[in-house]
Design a protein around this ligand. Structure first.
Ligand code: GCW
Length: 645
């Protein structure tokens, strides 16, 4: 039985070894000595021995050479099949390692071996862990943290290596290992020595470690009276601390900072700007070549404002003021990792500042670990969105210089809770490397390597994955609804939430249901958030008659009996979508039933169980939302709920 532990790195015996008789087990390293190259050798041998057997007696087999090729930019690679050798080339050690995994993928998927050159489009590809000092994970649904702080640094769990391999196999080259709601303790010698132990493992896989920091550390740890970024003592404290960090980890990546956001400390407490705060850290870290990643996830509790606009209003005026080694990390959408959001208006709007794009792989608003939600489709929607900043074709993907995903990993044997959520980790890495890959292609790769090579089942599972995002949107937040989930239970509905610690955490703030209709007017006559976008983008969403129904209620308050482009009234369309969503979950269950016998039985049963949970949850969403919205629309629901079994 398979417990999912091996992820997509299963190197079981190939069913078609004859296809690969030309591949020898002899590896010649002409690249030069490096720790990462040693890893590449080890991984290649391990994969080949597993899939093709240790013995290689074929007289025609070709040695595999690691070679230096300065023409292959960045961490890219070239695999060349020549008459006398198989050559894996790169200009950097990481490139060789990525080339090895790409080569192994060809055999894993039973493809004919082929030459291939691939250069990553985004250079910094990162996971953000929201892992805490005590071993819990904020918004983690797959057990507790992988990092066993109480055992470190003396005990090194072999799982750290397994984790690093998985990341390297999809091109991830950086990890921020602790929560952005950061404990200052991570900067103490006690914790730095533990973090160093992790960095020593990850380095072998070409992965750099970053730390999230608490902006008030000078006060908390340094016992200074202030953490004001313009105070000379504070600046010196950070310089000294940064130097200390680099003594532990000479290749330390940098700091990730959440400041003046959701109660976290920051420069604004002292009347300073985000740029003041970021630049102070940038100055401290620049002698070591490190980076400061400053998050733009900020908003204030203003019941009459629109949270949609706040990050834009705070950051756009700072464009041009950040030091060179600062990256501003922006969430994919303006609110908070909802099942669907329009792209964040900051993309394309800060031409003088390197921007990072942050996705949330862990499924905080996407059904935790009981719902199937293939995020590649969501990732692509954002990456492909056109900002028009430099004319047509200025996609979000082209506007960014780094990409981060909030990790969905944890101590569960299968890493991600829902087995199918492994596909989201995988897809994140693959798209970070090459955002032009299609979601279908990534789904196929993942399925073949992780679940089954049975052609019909691969097709079925690919279809399930591809449909799963829209299904989730349908039964939770169709037509552009957003942020109507439970206050603490983010996987369930609570559209009636009127009171919260903060007005902009309630549901009514977002859906604006009343006797006339539903949706948030963000045109000039409303919050005017739409005006933050390029005029070409505004055009797409300005008129409710022509706005894609996916985004309708993000921008418009629409009358209940308004006829939509689908031919149905808003109310009927809403009912239709909620009902369709639940039906689609039924269909996912049926589809999964059809792959029985072609995937591992333990995995089959586990996913089957989770799909059943999802069906129950989907029915709850539908009933809760429709019965609630009906108190405003006062219209009948034109469907009959199927009897619950
Ligand atoms: O989505 C919200 C989460 C918080 C998180 C915050 C953030 C780490 O509910 O748990 O805090 O976003 O991204 O900072």
């Amino acid at each position: 039985a398979d417990d999912g532990y091996r992820l997509w790195l299963k190197y079981d015996k190939s069913a078609q070894p004859q296809k690969y008789v030309s591949v020898s087990r002899k590896i010649v390293n002409n690249f030069g000595p490096s720790e990462v190259i040693q890893t590449a050798e080890k991984e290649l041998l391990n994969g080949l021995n597993g899939m093709l057997g240790k013995d290689n007696s074929s007289p025609n087999s070709k040695n595999i050479l690691f070679e230096k090729n300065p023409a292959i930019a960045n961490q890219g690679f070239k695999i060349e099949l020549l008459s006398n050798k198989i050559s894996i080339q790169a200009s950097e050690p990481n490139g060789i390692l990525y080339g090895v995994f790409a080569f192994l993928r060809q055999i894993q998927q039973e493809e004919n071996l082929h030459s291939k050159t691939s250069i990553p489009k985004i250079q910094l590809r990162m996971l953000n862990h929201w892992d805490n000092v005590l071993g819990t994970i904020e918004r983690g649904y797959a057990g507790s943290s992988l990092w066993k702080w109480y055992e470190l640094p003396e005990t090194i769990d072999p799982r750290y290596t397994e984790y690093a391999r998985a990341n390297a196999s999809i091109g991830i080259n950086a990890v921020a290992i602790n929560n952005v709601n950061a404990s200052a303790r991570f900067l103490t010698p006690e914790y730095l020595s533990k973090v160093k132990a992790l960095a020593d493992v990850f380095r072998k896989y070409g992965i750099k470690v970053y730390l999230s920091l608490n902006f008030a550390s000078p006060k908390i740890l340094g016992k200074l009276k202030t953490s004001d970024p313009l105070d000379p003592q504070v600046r010196q404290w950070w310089k000294d601390k940064t130097k200390e960090v680099y003594q532990y980890m000479p290749d330390f990546g940098g700091f990730l900072v959440k400041a003046n956001s959701e109660g976290e400390p920051g420069p604004q407490e002292y009347g300073r700007t985000h740029a003041d705060g970021a630049n102070m850290l940038a100055e401290a870290i620049s002698p070591f070549g490190g980076k400061v990643i400053w998050r733009a996830f900020v908003y204030s509790p203003n019941p009459n404002g629109d949270r949609f606009k706040e990050a834009f209003n705070e950051f756009k005026p700072l464009d041009g003021q950040f030091a060179k080694n600062v990256i501003v990390q922006v969430k994919n959408g303006p609110i908070d990792f909802q099942p669907r959001e329009p792209f964040h208006p900051l993309f394309g709007a800060m031409p003088k500042t390197p921007l990072g794009l942050e996705f949330q792989i862990t499924q905080e608003y996407l059904g935790f670990s009981t719902n199937l939600f293939y995020q590649s489709v969501l990732f692509k929607e954002t990456l492909d969105a056109d900002t028009y900043s430099k004319g047509k074709g200025s996609t979000v993907a082209k506007e960014i210089s780094m990409i981060a995903g909030v990790a969905n990993t944890g101590s569960d044997r299968n890493w991600t809770g829902h087995l199918m959520s492994q596909a989201n980790w995988y897809a994140f890495g693959r798209l970070a490397w090459d955002y032009e890959l299609s979601s279908e292609k990534i789904a196929q790769e993942w399925t073949k390597m992780s679940l089954t090579k049975n052609e019909k089942s691969v097709q079925t599972i690919e279809n399930m994955l591809m449909k799963s995002r829209e299904t989730y949107v349908n039964f939770t937040t169709p037509l552009g609804l957003h942020h109507i989930m439970g206050q603490s239970i983010h996987w369930g509905p609570e559209p009636w939430l009127t009171r919260s610690q903060r007005p902009d955490w309630t549901s009514i703030y977002y859906h604006r249901a009343d006797s006339l209709g539903l949706g948030f007017n963000r045109k000039e006559s409303g919050s005017a958030a739409l005006s933050l976008y390029h005029p070409e983008v505004q055009k797409q969403w300005a008129d409710p008659k022509t706005t894609d129904l996916k985004f309708l209620l993000w921008f418009h308050h629409v009358a209940w009996n308004e006829k939509l482009s689908s031919g149905r009234t808003l109310w009927n369309e809403l009912c239709f979508r909620y009902y369709t969503g639940v039906e689609e979950v039924r269909q996912l269950q049926k589809d999964w039933e059809s792959v029985k016998g072609t995937v591992d039985e333990e995995i089959f049963n586990d996913v089957k169980g989770r799909l059943a949970v999802q069906h129950r949850e989907a029915s709850n969403w539908r009933d809760a939302c429709l019965l609630y919205f009906q108190t405003f629309s006062k219209m009948p629901i034109p469907y009959e709920a199927p009897k619950r079994s």
